[in-house]
Design a protein around this ligand. Structure first.
Ligand code: AMP
Length: 278
């Protein structure tokens, strides 16, 4: 496994790689990341993983400075799944003095996470575009855990004609349902237990749709009841939306994206499910 830090080194390493798949991450790796890397390994000739905590996707009051980091553990995990190249640039390497361009993604970046985190998706779109230009993979792998991010990246890749195939991997969960996230490390044991309410709310919505309930407002009320019965929860949003345009829908059609963001104490968690209506 080759470790590179500069863009020049990354480009040099790329020249020797057959049909690379690429998995961009912010590190503090867990089974969710590893599932994407294993899939890339199975589907591509080689795999590049980046670890870069991208400052431009964090708001001023967000957790950039305390975002969890453990490079040694990450490298051990990456060796275990036989990543070929690990790209770990500094912020100065990605954003040198004078850097000024950013991508405005348009309507799919506006609701949900975009409304709660102004500028977040511009930061995501810009850094992912830069990483794709640097690594030039054949395929790039993202997790359904960050559903709106997947929609945003598909939009950017299509609109800017970036020659890469976007692949979305399923959300990996703990056995109790909690979606894996680097931010789960901030939770106390008690918060961690309560945080299973997010996946329970999604499971309830799925069961209700399977039982014939198609009214979005009824689904949202049921999910809100589950979430608000937990102490210390503050719901940022509960959404039942079109999975491509991300606008709220009144009733469940062929498929909807059910998503939520919840503050559990000081920790902000997101989760989602794609639910088929017919
Ligand atoms: P992050 O390091 O949080 O930026 O995540 C890097 C990639 O891993 C993104 O494409 C995420 O959507 C994906 N990812 C994070 N958590 C999970 C999970 N629990 N299951 C599947 N993919 C995930």
């Amino acid at each position: 496994m080759k470790q590179v830090k500069t863009i020049q080194e990354m480009r040099a390493a790329r020249r020797g790689l057959p049909a690379p798949g690429f998995v961009p991450t912010m590190g503090f790796l867990h089974e969710g990341h590893l599932s994407l890397i294993r899939r890339a390994k199975a589907e591509c000739g080689s795999v590049v993983v980046s670890i870069f905590v991208n400052p431009t996707q964090f708001g001023v009051n967000e957790d950039l400075s305390r975002y969890p980091r453990d490079a040694a553990h990450d490298l051990a995990l990456l060796a275990g799944v036989e990543a070929d190249v690990v790209f770990m640039p500094t912020a100065e390497e990605i954003y040198p003095q004078g850097f000024a361009t950013s991508i405005d993604v348009g309507p799919v970046a506006e609701p949900l996470e975009g409304a709660m985190r102004p500028g977040h998706f511009s930061g995501v779109a810009t850094v992912v575009t830069k990483l794709l230009n640097i690594v030039q993979p054949e395929r790039a792998y993202f997790g359904q855990k960050d559903a709106q991010q997947c929609v945003v990246i598909r939009r950017v890749v299509a609109d800017l004609n970036i020659p890469v195939e976007v692949v979305i991997g399923d959300t990996v969960r703990n056995p109790d349902g909690l979606a894996l996230s680097s931010r789960n490390s901030y939770l106390t044991d008690e918060e961690r237990r309560r945080a299973t309410a997010l996946s329970r709310a999604l499971a309830t919505a799925r069961q209700m749709v399977e039982g014939g309930e198609h009214r979005a407002s009824v689904l949202k009320d049921a999910m809100r009841d589950i979430l608000s019965s937990e102490e210390g929860f503050s719901v940022d949003y509960i959404s039942v939306a079109d999975p491509v345009a991300l606008n709220e829908v009144e009733s469940v059609g062929v498929e909807v994206l059910v998503s939520m963001a919840v503050r559990v104490g000081t920790v902000r968690l997101i989760d989602n499910a794609l639910i088929r209506g017919s």
